[in-house]
Design a protein around this ligand. Sequence first.
Ligand code: B1M
Length: 230
Amino acid sequence: MTEEEFDLSALSLEELYEQIGDDLYDGYQEEVVEGVQEALSRGRPPYEVLTRGLVAGMDIVGADFRDGILFVPEVLMAANAMKAGMEVLRPLLVETGAPTVGKMVIGTVKGDIHDIGKNLVAMMMEGAGFEIINLGVNNDADAFMAAIREHQPDIIGMSALLTTTMPYMKTVIERLKEEGVRDDLIVLVGGAPLNDAFAEAIEADAYCRDAAVAVETAKKLMAIRRGEAR
Ligand code: B1M
């Protein structure tokens, strides 16, 4: 990337999304925000801007981090640029007239400080009409239990991005069982290293590949639950 000024409005949509991804990669918060605003001003849907601009950019960061091309400081800068772009999209993604369709407590599990994906899920769920209690990162079973007692949610959402922290989800579920609340709750799990088999093995209700799937799954399981309760 050079210091030269881009005329974003002269770029094709494809080039604009590529530019947003490049700026995210370089950790340029202001430029990412400008790119996102330009895409929105062209009437592009917020979810498309999110996935084709921000998430696509972060995918490249992830691959280069894995391959030793980028290191933690650069990834942190990229993460902050992603968050700046997400802040522009947040009100648009959560804009909804829908009544509350359920309540969810969501948090990243103990030992894990990745929060971008979890916050995206929280945002999209809010947009779909769910009430969200976002516990942040590094939550142990006590933190989840305290939130369950305080907020009486329908759904518990757990996020883990590390293979070393994903097993802690099972610890939380075991605790829910010990406390006798497991069957009162829908437990959804997500994060890049997880899959359906893992969710099944730890006795979660479902694995959610991304935020859109989380919304779909939550709605479906809430409907089943309400149907059964009747
Ligand atoms: Co980290 N990191 N990181 N990191 N980091 C990964 C996860 C890694 C895969 C990178 C790599 O090697 N390619 C790797 C894990 C390897 C492994 O475990 N096998 C890794 C590592 C190793 C580490 C450190 C150990 C590095 C170090 O210190 N040496 C360290 C660990 C710190 C800790 O947690 N204790 C670390 C640190 C960091 C930063 C702080 C620099 C930063 C986090 C900043 C932040 O979150 N505030 C960071 C980042 C940014 C990443 C990558 C590059 C991007 C993650 C991200 O935000 N993706 C990541 C590589 C990758 O995943 N490709 C990587 C974008 C986000 C939108 O996607 O989070 O997958 P994602 O969320 C999706 C879905 O997974 C799903 O929906 C989301 C939206 O669609 N989902 C849910 C997620 N949670 C859900 C919960 C649900 C439902 C769906 O509940 C219902």
